[in-house]
Unconditional design. Structure first.
Length: 258
């Protein structure tokens, strides 16, 4: 497999496990991390044997934000000219599912990276926050948009204006995370969930992801029409015939991805 400077990437059957690995900087996201993530996600997307991806950090930190030391001296011309961190659009462009498994700090860009995932599973030690305001800047990797959609205006605005952290219990209550599990079980639980998704019919998995994402981009009536058309379209797949026949025969379905 490929090796990366800032990531540890493993394939476990049909699941890719990606660990952020800059422990000396609490996994702060610098340009090398972004380059490595782009490459790892492109490899995942292009490998038909891989059906779900788990992105995690360490027990202490998922990621403590964009790398402040790398950004601090940059000018407007450098940031805007290079479209600094615009490359995260290539991470979110993957059509296949991706789960963030978050333990410890998920701050600033770390919280924003977690929110790029299809959903977040958190350990009971997870702490989410958008502390950029304390550095006299703002969220810059989608936080002001995705946090509002995830937890609503009141909590999102409060978090971005004060920089306060939200613990795992509040994150679950607020809808930011799908589930909270004990820290020691986080990666196992996320991998188990990923394996379950990886065992579903691949075309249906792609379609579900497109449908749910459409809910954030479309009007309700357009989104419902889009959903229905994808549903109709799956009746052109062999796996739909197999899935429904298997149900009637009371046996597990066997998918071909066609
Ligand atoms: N960037 C660079 N280095 C960092 C970062 C970071 N975000 N976070 C931690 N580190 C480094 C520390 O500098 C320290 O390094 P050293 O040992 O060389 O001094 C090492 O990691 C360990 O950190 P601490 O000693 O601070 O560990 P503590 O346990 O005392 O504190 C905290 C942990 C509370 C997480 C603390 O490290 C902290 O507050 N970190 C910064 C959090 C933050 O402000 N994050 C937001 C950054 S800005 C951002 O993410 C913008 C995103 C949008 C960019 C998009 C551009 C378009």
């Amino acid at each position: 497999g490929m090796t990366y400077e800032t990531l540890i990437v493993e394939q476990h059957d049909a699941v890719t496990l990606v660990r952020l690995n800059r422990p000396q900087a609490l996994n702060a996201l610098n340009s090398q991390v972004l380059a490595d993530l782009i490459a790892a996600f492109a490899a995942y997307d292009g490998d038909a044997s891989q059906r779900c991806l788990v992105l995690t950090g360490s027990e202490k930190a998922f990621a403590a934000g964009a790398d402040i030391k790398e950004m601090s001296d940059q000018s407007f011309a450098e940031m805007y000219g290079a479209n600094f961190f615009g490359g995260y659009d290539r991470v979110t462009a993957t059509r296949k599912p991706f789960i963030a498994a978050v333990s410890g700090f998920a701050l600033g860009g770390g919280c924003e990276l977690a929110m790029m995932a299809d959903f977040i599973i958190a350990s009971d030690t997870a702490k989410f926050g958008q502390p950029e305001i304390k550095l006299a800047v703002t969220p810059g990797m989608g936080g002001s948009q995705r946090l509002v959609r995830a937890i609503g205006k009141a909590k999102a605005m409060e978090m971005c204006l004060t920089g306060r952290m939200m613990d795992a219990a509040e994150a679950e209550r607020s809808g930011l995370v799908a589930r909270v599990v004990p820290a020691a079980e986080l990666v196992d639980e996320a991998m188990k969930t990923a394996k379950a998704i990886a065992g579903m019919a691949p075309l249906a998995v792609l379609a579900v992801k497109e449908q749910v994402e459409a809910a954030f981009e479309m009007t309700l009536s357009a989104g419902i029409r889009f959903e229905r058309r994808l549903f109709h379209g799956l009746f052109g797949s062999a796996d739909q015939k197999e899935g429904m026949a298997a149900f009637v025969a009371k046996r597990p379905g066997v998918w071909t991805g066609t």
